[in-house]
Design a protein around this ligand. Structure first.
Ligand code: EPU
Length: 417
């Protein structure tokens, strides 16, 4: 099993390019199911989750090919197996995103019900309820969601809570429904808007994505398109937090400051200076960071996917901070590992109180999920001596070439197995 070995204590400095967004790429790949022609996707990040999604689509019958410019073309003219098997869904919950497109285009889907997850229970009741509102008949059989419909019918759907993939699944399903669908209490995340832009490039009629009311006028069919995935705001935020925590500076090319508002605000509050242009963001730290409180919530508030990385920064900041996690009920697993490096963190329910310490000391730590791994890498970059981060297969799900990119910034980091 691969591990990362980090010699800490070096402030990050230099420039890196941000990759395409994992959480936009995954639904966009699934959107290919909606069209009996080719969807070409550019700026796909090279990640394990993307490979898993391509494997799933390939198993279903989608023809996947890579072109010379590293674009991926997906041709879903024939999709004979409308199934997402347990073996793949258990490794990647985002597989649920094939459900809406399959029912919309083929009137049938069997998708393994995702089980529990390291960060929380993560039910999919809102996906199911929404598809039922669109007229699908859904049964849970032997651990699988079995959905059927002749043709979905537009409806008004009020989501009980804000769900990102739930909104995406229903938005995709509604593109081919008969009539108009209105999704209320929709997720505002930029990845939802990116998916909507891709769907519209395919001929769909989606309005309001990026707001909490999305209207989809169903069309009879969609068409071939060429779409470029947006930059990854969580990868961007992770590099910015790493630069701030190590007392360094970083310039991210291909990054968008407009979708990083809450993260940039927190890093500035922590004492860093941030500048940005249309497609770049630069951070320069001004000494030891100052502890900052944060409360995670749906976009545009501070993202749960940046909570662990901010905790690593707070671990070495001046002062005490309170971090409240409101999205997932078990997303503090990194706290225990950060403590192995010398951090002072008390967790009670969904609140973590972090007392900044003068220094962290390298140790062996173990990653439990993707963003927890990122926080351990940041802590390792700050810590004195050697940190060995184990189980980095989590990291490979969501960060493209992380050790090369951090190496470009001067970090002493290498992969070992
Ligand atoms: N929820 C329900 N019922 C549902 C759907 C969600 O109760 O039917 C609850 C969840 O249990 C959670 C909350 O609603 O408490 C929000 O979950 P959401 O559905 O928004 O999460 P998701 O769509 O499964 C996406 C990202 C996650 C990110 C969350 C929150 C993708 C592929 N995944 O997950 O990304 O943390 O939104 O922003 O888009 C990551 O990249 O590390 C990651 C976990």
């Amino acid at each position: 099993m691969d591990k990362l070995v980090i010699q800490g204590g070096i402030p990050l400095s230099g420039a890196v390019r941000v990759s395409g967004a994992k959480n936009a790429a995954l639904p966009i790949l699934c959107a290919s199911i909606l069209v009996p022609e080719t969807l070409r996707v550019q700026n796909l990040p090279h990640l394990r989750d993307v490979t898993t999604m391509l494997t799933l689509l390939g198993q279903m019958g989608v023809e996947v090919s890579l072109d010379e410019k590293l674009g991926v073309s997906l041709d879903a003219t024939r999709v004979e197996h409308r199934v997402a098997p347990y073996e793949l869904v258990k490794t990647m919950r985002a597989s649920i995103l094939v459900l809406g497109p399959l029912v919309a285009r083929f009137g049938e889907a069997r998708v393994s019900l995702p089980g529990g997850c390291a960060i929380g229970q993560r039910p999919v009741d809102q996906h199911i309820k929404g598809l039922e509102a669109l007229g699908a008949q859904i049964e849970i059989e032997r651990g699988y969601i079995h959905a059927r419909a002749s043709r979905l019918k537009g409806a008004r759907i009020e989501m009980d809570l804000v769900t990102v993939t739930g909104t995406e699944n229903l938005m995709m399903a509604a593109t081919l429904a008969d009539g108009t669908t209105v999704i209320e209490n929709a997720a505002l995340e930029p990845e939802v808007a990116d998916l909507a832009n891709c769907l519209n490039a395919m001929g769909a009629r989606v309005n309001g994505a990026g707001t909490d009311v999305i209207t989809v006028h169903g069309v009879d069919r969609l068409y071939a398109a060429d779409y470029r995935v947006m930059p990854d705001r969580i990868e961007s935020g992770t590099f910015l937090a790493a630069a701030a925590a190590t007392g360094g500076g970083v310039r991210l090319s291909g990054a968008r400051a407009d979708i990083l508002g809450a993260v940039i605000a927190k890093l500035c509050e922590a004492g860093a200076e941030v500048e940005h242009g249309e497609d770049w963001v630069a951070l320069q730290s001004r000494g030891k960071p100052v502890a900052v409180n944060a409360r995670t919530a749906p976009y545009p508030a501070f993202p749960t996917d940046m909570q662990a990385q901010l905790m690593a920064l707070n671990a070495v900041a001046d002062g005490t901070s309170v971090i409240t996690e409101t999205i997932f009920e078990n997303r503090f697993m990194h706290a225990q590992e950060l403590k192995r490096l010398g951090a002072h963190i008390d967790v009670e329910g969904n609140i973590a109180v972090v007392q900044g310490v003068e220094r962290l000391q390298g140790a062996r730590v173990m990653a439990t999920d993707l963003r927890a791994s990122a926080s351990l890498v940041i802590a390792g970059l700050v810590a004195e001596g050697e940190t060995l981060v184990d189980r980095i297969y989590h990291l490979d799900r969501g960060y493209e070439c992380i050790e090369e990119k951090l190496g470009q910034l001067g970090a002493r980091i290498k992969r070992a197995n």
